[in-house]
Design a protein around this ligand. Sequence first.
Ligand SMILES: Cc1cc2nc3c(=O)[nH]c(=O)nc-3n(C[C@H](O)[C@H](O)[C@H](O)COP(=O)(O)OP(=O)(O)OC[C@H]3O[C@@H](n4cnc5c(N)ncnc54)[C@H](O)[C@@H]3O)c2cc1C
Length: 431
Amino acid sequence: MSEKFDVIVVGAGPAGTSCAYNCAKNGLKVLLIERGEYPGSKNVMGGVLYRKQMEDIIPEFWKEAPLERPVVEQRFWMMDKESVVQFGYKGLEWAAEPYNNFTVLRAQFDQWFAQKAVEQGALLINETVVTECIVENGKVIGVRTDRPDGEAYADVVVLADGVNSLLSKQLGFHREFRPDEVALTVMEVINLPKDKINDRFNLEGNHGTTIEIFGDSTKGNLGTAFLYTNKESLNIGVGTTLSSMIKAKLKPYELLDYLKKHPMVRPYLEGGESAEYLAHLIPEGGFNSVPRVAGNGVLVVGDAAQLVNAIHREGSNMAMASGQMAAEAIVEAKKDDDFSENSLNRYKEALFGSFIIKDLEKYKDAAHTFETYPQYFKEYLPMMNKAMSKFFTVDGTPKREKQKEIMRSVTAEKGTFKVMQDIYRAWKAVK
Ligand SMILES: Cc1cc2nc3c(=O)[nH]c(=O)nc-3n(C[C@H](O)[C@H](O)[C@H](O)COP(=O)(O)OP(=O)(O)OC[C@H]3O[C@@H](n4cnc5c(N)ncnc54)[C@H](O)[C@@H]3O)c2cc1C
């Protein structure tokens, strides 16, 4: 395999495949290396794929990609032990072209997407682990793999190897991520007949719903759970930052078990059969954890560059967009025959000028705030559920009196100043 390519991409997830696809489309000689048996075989995602960034790469992809359901409804649950305060949006404009987003099963979707890169001319090699980058005179010139004849060379190596990115760590681009910079999430795919899904979620035809669940889903710890509808299965999962898990001595599988048995969740799953059980880390350090993304002969994209917006559960779209930006930078570098860090910094400039870094910067203090001040999930959320219960219980008390009573109970418990301070802090973290 000691052949020379224009580009070697490590990892056939959304970031790597997007980069390989766009490089190959522009006539570059591309090698895409994946450690799994096939692209997607090792990949985990709650399952929401965003239309916009995928469409930027393959227009009208929904006509042929293996998608589950177009999402027409997004619900948010603030869950306590025996109650839920919910809000959300359902819109039938999302059920028709050009859609908003879709649920997907990654094992199918990644395989299809990688095949598209192959059709553009990329060479895909599965079941091959890249063990290190080959560096010569301060420049990455290729990769070493676990194959016997395992070296390959290129003008640029793109690291799309996911959240741990051992390869960019080896290059000194990032340190070991701290436990508060990564979330551990476990999820299950539960098979359920289509008509049962449609009845339970109040859906028609192939329409889909997503539910994000806060509060008791993580036993009040920083994190979320999700319940998404596929054609004939549900994806259910839950995760918290590793630091929360360690602090609260939570075991991820126990958390998922707790969620599945929760009285607000259980009726949706009733009679379903477990088809898959998966666990994965999510990079949630945000803006402050984004590592160096360009060097001499090397670029870092997707989760490997910590490009996840946990508040909006966007990751696959950022992976695809960053892969595309990396490809554009490589195409320009090829025109100049200059693969130095200076030249490849075009990618960094595009990334930092895009929605990706702008969004990560907007929420840069959010995770830290909600982890340092656990009262939001642990105290305010149950208080809100109790207040709603009180407000909607018809007991002959005049509504104005109820409102006053609710306000009194909140401020009596926390103190008016403390409540105002907490509201201001939360607003600052997400404004
Ligand atoms: C439980 C969960 C739920 C999520 N839900 C959503 C969601 O609903 N919507 C959303 O947009 N995002 C979601 N995300 C985030 C999303 O999955 C990631 O942001 C996205 O997959 C990142 O893509 P990537 O290509 O950078 O990395 P990955 O998808 O992790 O792909 C990396 C690839 O590199 C390969 N690889 C790694 N090391 C090597 C090596 N040394 N040699 C060869 N190959 C290697 C891996 O096998 C893998 O195929 C979720 C994540 C998790 C864990």
